[in-house]
Write a protein that binds this ligand. Structure first.
Ligand code: ASP
Ligand code: MG
Length: 456
């Protein structure tokens, strides 16, 4: 047997066979008790990388601190920093039972908060803000790491800032991530449990940056894709992706299997459980994503793969705060290039369009970012008649509708027959039918769909 060869194999190659990624969000590390609970969930034989968010509320608190610093309100910043530090010190006393661990924890918290305080003296820009926002994940991961150490569970603290990176377009730099993550893991042959930070990364200039709010899911799928892992687990407080919004309708059920395409549509159009951008890396490398519940670890949850059932309606979701823009122009009649001039206005204001429908002389579309609405309407008015309506919701019906299968549209619109519909978009993808309604009709629409499509 050629043993030396086997031993010389990079650990990452060995790991890539069976490695799992487990991501826990803010509430799963939201208290000392929840941190202790993690131990039962991260145990296992296969090598695993655990990705953690900041304790729930911390990123918002850090944002408030940054805002105070922007406004040069040092007193407010100092008192916010003080209050947060107090909270962390309390968690430490609940988390650790040995004096040695507590001491280590206190040193950690002291260092991070000294770092936060250093900004009250200095110039403050977007770069400093990003450094501040990174502290939450750095704290939570180190605290959990020390706890594991205290109870004699061997784990490696893996600094995400050494391998997570975005490029000049703020897109993940997959080549860099893969190369550097594998190099990092290679330093720990034989180790099985790694703890790393979600959300934080470096940018193309090497400065501290982040993957935008809720970005820890993205970290997990980027790592999972980079290592072509066996599975990416996203642990939250709900037992998977449901067929309808459980906050709005009474009876819903978790969908046990769904495709990457379906999950991406649902994540984007309202299901809060998963960050919309995070599906793509897993889909590209065909790594299954499993959504699990920390409160019910044995529940099946939802598994997202490329082998999910087809020919079915899978789930519905709703997205609020949508603005409908109706554009009319005689010039559209038999003309070409009209849509381009409309789209160019949205492009100039970096405002994505969600839904769109056209007739011969009019086009209606929706946006969810009102920041530049007035400017957009003004520019459009230079060449067409424009009206904008707020307080709309997109109801999105997701499934796998193959063209040969008939009757999906009938079932959907039959279910919605008593709901006033403002716009319909069908056929853009095989996975999504979207309708626009007034937000006041959203609840009734979701309830009617629950009855008409799922018999609930
Ligand atoms: N802590 C970050 C946030 O609150 C990232 C995350 O939790 O996913 O947005
Ligand atoms: Mg989240």
């Amino acid at each position: 047997m050629n043993l030396p060869f086997v031993i010389n194999l990079p650990t990452c190659l060995l790991n890539s066979v069976k490695m799992k990624i487990l991501k826990f969000g803010g509430t799963s590390v939201g208290s000392a008790e929840r941190m202790k609970n993690l131990v039962g969930l991260i145990a296992g034989d296969a090598p695993r990388i655990v990705v953690l968010s900041a304790m729930s509320g911390t990123t918002n608190n850090l944002l408030e601190i940054a805002n105070a610093l922007y406004q040069k309100d040092n007193d407010k910043a100092s008192s916010l920093i003080g209050a947060l530090e107090k909270k962390y010190n309390t968690v430490l006393t609940e988390l650790y039972s040995t004096a040695a661990s507590l001491e280590k924890g206190k040193e950690l918290v002291k260092n991070h908060f000294e770092f936060l305080r250093s900004f009250t003296l200095d110039m403050f820009t977007a770069n400093e803000e990003k450094a501040i926002l990174a502290q939450g994940e750095l704290l939570s991961t180190a605290m959990v790491h020390f706890y594991l150490e205290e109870i004699n569970i061997d784990s490696v603290f893996l600094p995400a800032l050494n391998f997570m990176r975005i490029d000049e377009n703020e897109e993940p730099d997959m080549v860099f991530i893969e190369e550097n993550l594998k190099a990092e893991l290679k330093n720990y042959p034989g180790k099985k449990l790694f703890i790393t930070q979600g959300y934080i990364c470096r940018n193309a200039f090497g400065e501290i940056d982040n993957l935008k709010r809720g970005g820890s899911d993205y970290t997990a799928t980027l790592i999972g894709a980079a290592l072509s892992c066996e599975e990416i687990q996203i642990w939250t407080d709900i037992d998977g992706m449901h067929n309808n919004d459980p906050r709005i309708v009474d009876k819903t059920f978790p969908v046990t299997e769904m495709s990457f395409d379906e999950a991406a549509e649902l994540a984007y159009f309202g299901a809060k459980i998963l960050h919309p951008t995070c599906v793509l890396p897993a889909q590209k490398r065909k790594v299954p994503v499993r959504l699990l519940n920390t409160m019910q670890p044995l529940a099946k949850g939802t598994v997202i793969t490329d082998k999910a059932p087809t020919d079915r309606i899978t789930a519905v979701a709703a997205k609020d705060d949508i603005i409908a823009i109706n554009i009319k122009s005689g010039r559209m009649l038999l003309a070409y290039g009209f849509l381009r001039s409309v789209f160019e206005v949205f492009e100039r204001y970096k405002t994505p369009i969600d839904m769109i429908t056209t007739s011969e002389v009019a086009v209606s579309l929706t946006i969810d970012n009102a920041k530049n609405l007035d400017a957009i309407v003004k520019e459009l008015q230079e060449f067409c008649t424009v009206s904008a309506e707020k307080d709309k919701s997109i109801i999105c019906i997701v499934g796998s509708f193959t063209a040969e299968k008939q009757g999906y549209a009938f079932r959907i619109f039959d279910a919605l027959k008593n709901i006033p519909i403002k716009m319909i978009s069908y056929g853009g993808s095989e996975h999504n039918v979207s309708v626009l309604v007034d937000t006041k009709d959203k609840k009734a629409a979701l309830m009617s769909l629950n009855k008409g499509l799922f018999n609930l």
